[in-house]
Design a protein around this ligand. Structure first.
Ligand code: GLU
Length: 449
C-alpha cells in the first residue's frame, strides 16, 4: 500500500440492487465530509457481487446522484472486477487452515455441496464505536460462518473486509444497521492480519411518526426524484447532514465548505434522527434565498412549462413574475402548480374579467364602479410611463382613502390582474407600466358598459 499511515481514508459502498434511496445520501455525505476535512481520501465502491440483483443501471443511478450532489470521490471500484483478489485471500486462508472447504449436505435440490467457512476462534469480540461506545459480542454462536460460496464467489462480509484493507480504509462510517455485521467482519480482519479500522455507526433515520423508515415510505424515495423536483443539491446535503449530526452551534444553514469545516465524528448522535419533510423544505428555501438573482432565474427557467417560455410576451413578462414565483416556492418543482393555478397568466395576457369580479363585497352599483375606475384611470394617466409602486401608491392613495379603500383598490386590482389574489394594485401598475395599466382599466370599463 502506498498511503501513509496517517492518511485518512473513507469509503462509501452502495450495492447497486435498486434505485439509491434518499436516506443513503447521509452516509455518503458523512464519509465525504470527514475525508475532506482531514485532507484524506474518499473512495466510492460499488458492491456489485450479487450477480442476480446487481444491475448496471442502478450503479449509473448512484453515479448520477454523486454527480448531481457534487460529491467528488478520489477512487472508484467495482467489486465484480476484483474476484481474483478475493480468491487469492480465500486460498491463502485455506492454506493457513484459517478457513476450509466444507462439505455440505444439500438440503434442497440444486443446493451447493461445498462452501468455504472461516474457522471461528469463538471468542468475545470487543470494538469501540465512536457513536455507540464499546460493544462486546460473543461470536461463538456464529459458528464457522461462510465466507464464500465457492472460490470465485465470496460473500458480502468477506469482500468488504478485503477491500477495506486493500484500500487502506481507516474509518468505517456507516448506518447502525451494520453494527451487527461488525464482529463477523472483525474476525475476518484478524484472520487476514488486517489492522482494525475506526468504526462510527450513525443513527438510524426515522420518519415523522418515529417509526423506522419502511420501503414503502415516501421518505425513502429514489434520491434523484429530489433532483427532478427541483431541490438544490446543497439544500439536500445540508438537510441530510443534520440527520444524526449537529454542529454544536445554532447554525443550521451551511455551504459545503462550512459543512466540511464543522463536521466531526464526535458530534454524530446516538438517537434516531427524524426525517422531517417540512425541515427539508425550509432548508432548501434558505438555500434558494442565498442564490444570486441570476442563478435563481436560470433555475426557474428549467421549471417553466413551454406554454410560458414559448409565449410571445414571455421575454417582457419574465422579469415581472420571476421574483414573485421564487419567493413563493421552497423547491423549484412547485413552480408548476403555481403556473397551472394561473398565478402568472396576467403577466402574459390581458385578463378576461366579468362584471361581477369587479364588485367589492356587496358593492354592485355599476355606475359607481365605473366612476371610480374612470377616476383611477385619470390618476394613472398622470404617471410617467415607467413608475414605481410607491409613486403609483401616492397617486391613488388619497382618492382611495376618500372613497373607500376596498371600493377603489379592489376593482383596480381585479382590472389589472383578473385575480382574487395577486400583488397589490400599485405593484401591478409599476410592473405593467402606465400604458398597459390604462389599457386594462379600459377593458374593465368596457365590460361594465
Ligand atoms: N454494501 C453495503 C450496503 O449497501 C455497505 C457495506 C458497508 O458500508 O460496510 O449496505
Amino acid at each position: 500500500m502506498t498511503s501513509t499511515p496517517n492518511k485518512i481514508v473513507t469509503r462509501f459502498a452502495p450495492s447497486p440492487t435498486g434505485k439509491f434511496h434518499v436516506g443513503g445520501i447521509r452516509t455518503a455525505l458523512y464519509n465525504y465530509l470527514f475525508a475532506r476535512k482531514l485532507g484524506g481520501k474518499f473512495i466510492l465502491r460499488s458492491e456489485d457481487t450479487d450477480p442476480v440483483r446487481s444491475k448496471k443501471e442502478y450503479e449509473d443511478y448512484f453515479l448520477e446522484l454523486f454527480d448531481w450532489l457534487s460529491l467528488d470521490y478520489d477512487e472508484f471500484y467495482r467489486q465484480s472486477e476484483r474476484t481474483a483478489l478475493y480468491r487469492s485471500y480465500i486460498e491463502r486462508l485455506i492454506a493457513e487452515d484459517k478457513a476450509y472447504i466444507s462439505k455440505e449436505e444439500p438440503k434442497e435440490e440444486g443446493q451447493r455441496s461445498e462452501v468455504i467457512r472461516l474457522r471461528n476462534p469463538g471468542k468475545i469480540v470487543t470494538f469501540n464505536d465512536i457513536v455507540l461506545g464499546d460493544i462486546s459480542v460473543d461470536t461463538t454462536d456464529l459458528g464457522d460462518f461462510v465466507i464464500a460460496r465457492e472460490l470465485d464467489s465470496p460473500v458480502y462480509h468477506f469482500t468488504v473486509v478485503i477491500d477495506d484493507f486493500e484500500m487502506g480504509v481507516t474509518h468505517i462510517i456507516r448506518g447502525q444497521e451494520h453494527v451487527s455485521n461488525t464482529p463477523r467482519q472483525i474476525l475476518i480482519q484478524e484472520a487476514i492480519g488486517a489492522p482494525r479500522p475506526i468504526y462510527a455507526h450513525a443513527s438510524v433515520i426515522l420518519n415523522n411518526e418515529r417509526a423506522k423508515l419502511s420501503k414503502r415510505d415516501p421518505l425513502v424515495r429514489p434520491a434523484l426524484e429530489y433532483r427532478d423536483e427541483g431541490y438544490l443539491p446543497m439544500g439536500m446535503l445540508n438537510f441530510m447532514s443534520l440527520l444524526g449530526w449537529n454542529p454544536g452551534t445554532e447554525q443550521e444553514i451551511f455551504t459545503k465548505d462550512e459543512l466540511i469545516q464543522a463536521f466531526s465524528l464526535e458530534r454524530l448522535q446516538k438517537p434516531g434522527a427524524i426525517f422531517n419533510p417540512d425541515k427539508l423544505e425550509w432548508v432548501n428555501k434558505e438555500h434558494i434565498k442565498r442564490m444570486s438573482r441570476e442563478s435563481q432565474e436560470a433555475e426557474l427557467m428549467k421549471y417553466l412549462p413551454e406554454s410560458v417560455t414559448g409565449h410571445p410576451n414571455f421575454e417582457k413578462a419574465f422579469p415581472l413574475f420571476s421574483h414573485q414565483l421564487i419567493e413563493r416556492i421552497s423547491h423549484f418543482g412547485e413552480v408548476k402548480a403555481l403556473v397551472e393555478a394561473g398565478e402568472i397568466d396576467f403577466y402574459l395576457d390581458r385578463p378576461k374579467i366579468s362584471k361581477e369580479q369587479l364588485f367589492w363585497k356587496s358593492e354592485n352599483n355599476i355606475q359607481k364602479i365605473t366612476e371610480r375606475l374612470t377616476k383611477v384611470r385619470e390618476l394613472i394617466s398622470q404617471l410617467d410611463a415607467e413608475t414605481s409602486p410607491e409613486t403609483a401608491k401616492s397617486a391613488l392613495w388619497q382618492y382611495a382613502e376618500d372613497e373607500g379603500r376596498g371600493q377603489v383598490l379592489w376593482p383596480t386590482r381585479v382590472a389589472l390582474s383578473g385575480k382574487e389574489k395577486s400583488p397589490d394594485p400599485f405593484t401591478l401598475i409599476a410592473q405593467l407600466g402606465r400604458d398597459e395599466a390604462i389599457a386594462r382599466i379600459d377593458e374593465a370599463l368596457a365590460t361594465l358598459a
